[in-house]
Write a protein that binds this ligand. Structure first.
Ligand code: ADP
Ligand code: ADP
Length: 220
């Protein structure tokens, strides 16, 4: 991951508000990085740019050698599907799909037999202790349960890069710790690159590097 001179701004009337200013950042394969900073400092914006969801106003972003925002939409989407798992702050589960179907979704983009998909999803449901919820819809779940489903969906296709925006924000402390342990294991044993946004000092320390944002800039 290579971000060079990234700026992000929004225009409102005659005013230009900068969300990110001059971000230069390299993250190597296999790193586990935590992003911290006060509310409004640009953490989600940065994660969304890295996650190919939000185009920067200026600057370049290379991922696995690809100049991400110069690619055609379709190729960028393919690059995302093949490599990235994203845990969203607001879950972004698909309301019309059950827990089972939500978690299965990323596997549908891969060439995996249906019987094999079933086994992989069953294993994930078991691991997250949500087997009994598999036929429920997101609206029937608590915030914490939706968050677990969001994490399970992000991990199901074994992404090279896991991006997580406050992944434990709605979990109780035991569930939160379990998720952090799972991230640690993924990072150490599978070499998954992880970037997480967190307000928690304790969670941040699971990362090998902590990046502090303030007013859209990386603090030196
Ligand atoms: P953080 O994740 O650190 O809380 P964000 O990246 O969500 O920060 O947002 C940075 C700042 O930009 C916040 O003050 C937010 O309200 C503002 N912001 C984010 N997106 C937009 C937008 N589309 N238009 C105007 N302001 C925005
Ligand atoms: P959250 O998902 O909001 O973080 P949990 O689902 O972990 O919370 O719930 C925490 C505890 O509160 C659990 O023991 C759960 O059974 C209970 N609980 C959750 N929602 C309700 C509710 N609406 N009424 C009563 N108890 C609830």
């Amino acid at each position: 991951i290579q971000l060079e001179k990234i700026f992000k701004w929004v225009n409102a009337g005659n005013n230009r508000t900068f969300l990110l200013k001059d971000i230069n950042l390299t993250i190597n394969e296999g790193e586990f990085v935590s992003v911290m900073g006060p509310s409004g400092s640009g953490k989600s914006t940065l994660l969304n740019i890295i996650g190919m969801l939000d185009e920067p106003s200026e600057g370049s972003y290379h991922f696995l050698g690809n100049d991400v925002y110069k690619m055609k939409e379709k190729q960028r989407s393919q690059l995302y599907k093949e490599n990235i798992g994203f845990v969203f702050q607001a879950y972004h589960l698909i309301d019309e799909l059950t827990v089972y179907e939500n978690i299965e979704t990323p596997l549908l983009y891969q060439n995996i037999k249906s019987s094999e998909r079933q086994a992989i999803v069953a294993d994930m449901l078991d691991r997250f202790n949500i087997v009994g919820k598999k036929d429920l819809f997101p609206s029937q779940l608590s915030g914490g349960q939706q968050q677990l489903v969001g994490v399970a969906r992000a991990l199901i296709a074994k992404p090279k890069l896991l991006l997580a925006d406050e992944p434990t924000g709605n979990l109780n402390s035991k569930q939160g710790e379990e998720i952090m342990e799972l991230f640690r294991q993924l990072n150490q044993e599978s070499g998954t690159t992880i970037i997480q946004v967190t307000h928690s000092e304790k969670n941040a320390e699971y990362g090998q590097r902590i990046i502090h944002l303030l007013d859209g800039r990386i603090e030196k």
